[in-house]
Design a binder for this molecule. Sequence first.
Ligand code: NAD
Length: 432
Amino acid sequence: MSSETAETGTTTPERDEDEEPESALQTARRQLSRAAAHLDIDSNVVERLKHPAGVHRVAVPLERDDGSLDVFTGYRAQHDSVRGPFKGGLRFHPGVTEDECIGLGMWMTWKCAVMDLPFGGAKGGVVVDPKSLSEGEKERLTRRFAQELRDVIGPKRDIPAPDMGTDAQTMSWFMDAYSMQEGETIPGVVTGKPPVVGGSYGREEAPGRSVAIVTREAIDYYDMEIDDVTVAVQGFGSVGANAARLLDDWGADIVAISDVNGAVYDPDGIDTRDVPTHEEEPEAVTKYADDLIPNEELLELDVDVLIPAAVGNVITEDNAGDVQADLVVEGANGPTTFAADSILEERGVPVIPDILANAGGVTVSYFEWLQDINRRSWSLERVNEELESEMLDAWAAVRAEVEERDVTWRDAAYVVALSRIAESHEKRGLWP
Ligand code: NAD
């Protein structure tokens, strides 16, 4: 295993502010600088946070089904652990890069801190197209990757989770490989496992649930009534469908939903339980309706709330001026580019940021970790109650900064996160 230091994260030049889309690392660094400008914190701490604590690059050999050998590259970027063990997903995707892992790891540091979880941030993955692997090859690759990372992960060090191209089954294999080598079952080494091997009830639904909770609070904050509100949701997967169905249950009118094939629009409201989610029947949203519109049009509908919950960089400088929603809640990670964010700010359209809105996922991962360590599982009711309470606390902390500093919701969320991280660094001090 080779391990590289923080220096690897410093080589990417900062981009011109008008260029887009920017990389995850550029976004993460830019948001760190923006938040730091609002706070009176030690500049040494900010400098330290621009760099990951470490980046581990490993070779992952895989015996293919035909007996040949391929060697894939895997990464684990660990950004900051001042508040607790590193936490973040593992991707199997051909586009995984070291810089992307570093940037997304920084993002996880902010997300855990805004939720006040005792975790730092990390991200990793293998540069591989999971669709090119058989089930057996995927299992062997996962087990070998777990072995290569074994020295730098663990329930007290770094706790991976599923991300693009990985799922509950992948986490189960990963946990098994780690446990076999350690000589005991250690479920707390990863989260996002199936409940039968130490996963948490409610984990799958959690990011969508947190998006719904935050949307409900924002609707109330802006003096709207949930029963009168119209909502458009882009993406009908784990995040989008769960958020849409809960808001539907709570009285909102979901008038538009979409998947990669297109969008359904019904001004009278869609019964979201009648449409299969991405998991129930992939890419089937458009099969169940007559009135279809292109996906881009969904973003520009005259609705009260827009929830982009599919992919990143969909609200850009090209369409931000045409967004007619009164409120945007980010379900996906990074759906609004930096330039689009400025346009929406100028137009007075509030954007509730991803690091707050979809943080239910990592919050229930924290609950899973607690359950694993204590060897005691929680009921779904308890998970949902505790998630509600954590989301309301985070919402209140961010709202307080919005009101006190007169900043955007995104800046306020970063201010909350950074002040907690910086204070922890100041109290712990820098080892000389
Ligand atoms: P998913 O695969 O379950 O669903 C994605 C949905 O988006 C599908 O309906 C797909 O058809 C649709 N889609 C894909 N490309 C699209 C496009 N170009 N236009 C419109 N629709 C498109 O994914 P998910 O888990 O719901 O994740 C969605 C977003 O939320 C991602 O940005 C992800 O990083 C983020 N997120 C996910 C979690 C999680 O735990 N699932 C947690 C936090 C954030």
